[in-house]
Design a protein around this ligand. Sequence first.
Ligand code: PGA
Length: 246
Amino acid sequence: MRCVVANWKMNLHFAEASNFCAAFAEDYTPVEDVRVAIAPPSILLWTIHSQLRERGVTTFAQNGHFDSKGAFTGEISMSQIRDAACSGVILGHSERRRMFDETDETLAKKVAAAQGCKLLPLLCIGETMVEREREQTFSVIQTQLSVLKGVSSGPIWVAYEPVWAIGTGRTADARQIHEAHHFIREELRVILGEAGSAVPILYGGSVNMGNFANILSVPEVAGALVGGASLDPTAFAQMVKVAQSA
Ligand code: PGA
């Protein structure tokens, strides 16, 4: 299975999202075994769902709270995300870890809460440049993956996103991606047993039309989490085609 997920972050308004869907639908033909999801700001989830559901495109939220309801101003729960027809939720994106103090402890609760609501957690992990230079890449990944210990009872996707490659125009090279994905696969097998062999591992960080085919040819890369380049419907449709022909 291949997976291509658009992470819109805090971009686009209703009219732009609607135009995106119309343009994307023109260029996109669904293919079995290639999963396509869009993670817009939560206020746009229903707009995307209603325009693209018939094309088999699913929606993911970009974050969710672990409690089921209550006095948490500004948050949305996993069951509300599910209620908005999402199939998944991005968790632990480096921007949330860095700017909103997301910790591995809260992430463990979020993964469990998402799975409890039949949402697919897309767990993002990855090292900063300082950590890479200090040769801590594997230990950082190992710690971030440890949130799956004891909580993972259902399907899960993982995205390896080196922080230094996000939004910088700089991608990890094939060797770096291969080493990291191989390590993640081994760790997933340790944590999840046989189920760890089936977890799709996506790459993220400055993926675009020009580099996606090469990235996808690296062993253990199941697809991509695409930020900036996913805001252009033609570019995103093109990347989906690359996944479909890989
Ligand atoms: P980018 O973002 O493709 O713009 O680097 C990827 C991400 O943050 O998920």
